[in-house]
Design a protein around this ligand. Structure first.
Ligand SMILES: [Zn+2]
Length: 269
């Protein structure tokens, strides 16, 4: 079910990890950002759009992780964009024939693996580096690329609607998940937070890739919370964060494993 979060901007929340697919109305159809995870949910979203008489005219993938790279045949053959760096990473990862089977076996939780359609995964066109906006006939969508969480990660600012689509940044349920393969994951993450802080004043509605939609007051609050977590990691303190440990929301206990992995990964690095 689609829920409007701002004029012409709707979201569909998945059962999987509170993932948010974002629909933006344009002149001739919609832009679909991170379409979803489960096959039947994406099919239902396609039905909803058909009922609204809104074809998908463009797609965008915020970053090259499997849960942000999916697509359903019923969305049609619109161009699906990502950053150049993100698209190159996907191409590389999917270049060998066993890649999808490996993703299904190693990355997708076993309880949903059979419900995630992988045939159209990752067919992303990289926009040339430094592209400022998504090329489409609708409200301007500014691409805010940064190196945190995943190579070529992009947040999107729909300025005239006051909406920030944050990808896997600024979640109320996920701690900052660093790209531990990067040369300086901590500094990258802090730089990304500064970049997002630079647009925080323009945001009335914050849409994280996973988690709850936030209002204007949530943008700076989540930036502060994420920065405190990353600062603590950098200073080799164990961050105390409500998103991990006994106070974490039920169903999100796995975040504590990510947290432990980051403490370990950084200690090794
Ligand atoms: Zn994600």
């Amino acid at each position: 079910m689609l829920k409007q979060v701002a004029e012409g901007v709707l979201i569909h929340e998945s059962e999987f990890c509170q993932s948010n697919a974002v629909v933006v109305h344009g002149r001739a159809g919609v832009l679909l950002i991170d379409p979803g995870v489960l096959g039947d949910e994406m099919a239902a979203l396609a039905d909803d759009l058909r009922e609204l008489g809104q074809p998908v005219v463009a797609g965008f993938s915020t970053h090259p992780h499997w849960d942000h790279l999916l697509w359903h045949a019923r969305f049609g053959a619109a161009p699906r964009y990502g950053t150049a760096r993100g698209a190159a990473f996907v191409r590389d990862r999917l270049s060998d024939p066993g890649a999808k089977a490996r993703i299904a076996a190693q990355l997708i939780p076993p309880d949903i693996a059979g419900q995630v359609p992988l045939d159209l995964m990752g067919l992303i066109t990289g926009l040339p580096a430094e592209t400022a906006q998504i090329p489409w006939d609708g409200p301007e969508v500014r691409i805010i690329e940064h190196q945190a969480h995943a190579p070529g990660h992009a947040a999107l600012l729909i300025e005239e609607r006051g909406v920030l689509v944050a990808g896997d940044m600024l979640s109320d349920v996920l701690i900052p998940m660093l790209d531990l393969n990067a040369a300086d994951p901590i500094e990258d993450y802090l730089a990304a937070l500064r970049l997002l802080e630079g647009v925080a004043g323009d945001v009335d509605v914050l849409v994280p890739g996973h988690g709850s939609i936030g209002g204007a007051d949530q943008v700076q609050a989540r930036i502060d919370q994420d920065r405190a977590y990353v600062d603590a990691l950098r200073d080799a303190h164990v961050p105390s964060d409500p998103r991990v440990g006994p106070s974490a929301k039920s169903g999100w206990e796995w975040v504590s494993d990510v947290h432990a992995g980051q403490l370990q990964g950084l200690a090794r690095g």
